[in-house]
Each structure stands twice: as structure tokens, then as C-alpha cells.
Design a protein. Structure first.
Length: 153
């Protein structure tokens, strides 16, 4: 049965995970707003600051999900879902790798105004990828829970 632990350490990690998830949500909103601003050196600094913070937040969030054992619980109850869980973990790595690549492009960009449109477009595509990934991950965890306990009447 998919369970939640009641130990103080588990509860503290869960609060931290909730905080990281909320921070990710806020950062994405801020990044979306900043990407709509005209290209300037100041705009580039804000984009880089948000990307840097996302690069700290996402891996920490993913590690905490592993420590909490969310996917192990899913696999324990639904061993046949191993390919879906593997795909989620691979996509986490891909998202972080893609964002690192976008950051490198921003870092080495000497004339931000000239390449801002394409970089901003790539960041928007990455954000959409992350949002879609979050929805798939949430659906997987909800499906595992709903199959276990039922969805109710």
C-alpha cells in the first residue's frame, strides 16, 4: 500500500519538498514575466538570476523526491510501471541538462539584444517542457494513489 510516513524527518523533508515546489512555481512565473520584457543588459541579468536559482532548485527538488521514496512506493505497488518511472527520472535529468545548456548560451552571449529573441524563445519552450513534465509526473503519482485507494464516489 502506498503510505506516507509520520516520522519528524519525513515531515520536515515533505515541508522542504513543498517549499521547493512552490519556489519552482514562483520562479517560472517570474521568468515568464521577465522574458516578456524588452532585451537589455538588465533583463539578461534577471534571466540569468532566475535560471541560476532554477538550476539550484530543480535538482534539490528531484533529490528530495527520491529521498522521500515516492517512486519506490509506486514501483512497490505497481512493478509494471518501471518504464514510466524510469522515463520520469530521465526527463528530470534532461530538463536540468537543457537548462544548463541554455544558461551557457546566455553566459557566452556577448550581444544579448541581437540574440535575445531566439534565447527567449528557447527558454519559453523549456518552460513549457517543464510544465508538461510536472503534469505527467503528478498524473503518475495520482494514478498510483487512486488505483491503490480508489477514486471514491
Amino acid at each position: 500500500m502506498i503510505q506516507t510516513s509520520t516520522t519528524p524527518a519525513y515531515a520536515a523533508r515533505q515541508r522542504k519538498l513543498n517549499d521547493l515546489t512552490m519556489l519552482e512555481y514562483l520562479l517560472l512565473g517570474d521568468l515568464s514575466d521577465v522574458l516578456e520584457e524588452p532585451a537589455s543588459d538588465e533583463n539578461k541579468k534577471w534571466i540569468l538570476a532566475l535560471v541560476d536559482t532554477l538550476l539550484d532548485t530543480l535538482p534539490a527538488e528531484y533529490r528530495l523526491r527520491d529521498i522521500q521514496g515516492l517512486y519506490e512506493e509506486v514501483l512497490h505497488e505497481h512493478p509494471s510501471w518501471d518504464s514510466a518511472v524510469l522515463k520520469i527520472r530521465q526527463e528530470q535529468r534532461t530538463l536540468v541538462t537543457e537548462l544548463k545548456s541554455l544558461k551557457a548560451s546566455l553566459d557566452c552571449c556577448k550581444n544579448f539584444k541581437a540574440s535575445a529573441d531566439s534565447l527567449k524563445q528557447e527558454l519559453m519552450l523549456w518552460m513549457n517542457h517543464l510544465i508538461q513534465f510536472n503534469q505527467r509526473e503528478k498524473r503518475l503519482l495520482q494514478d498510483a494513489y487512486n488505483i491503490e485507494v480508489g477514486v471514491g464516489d
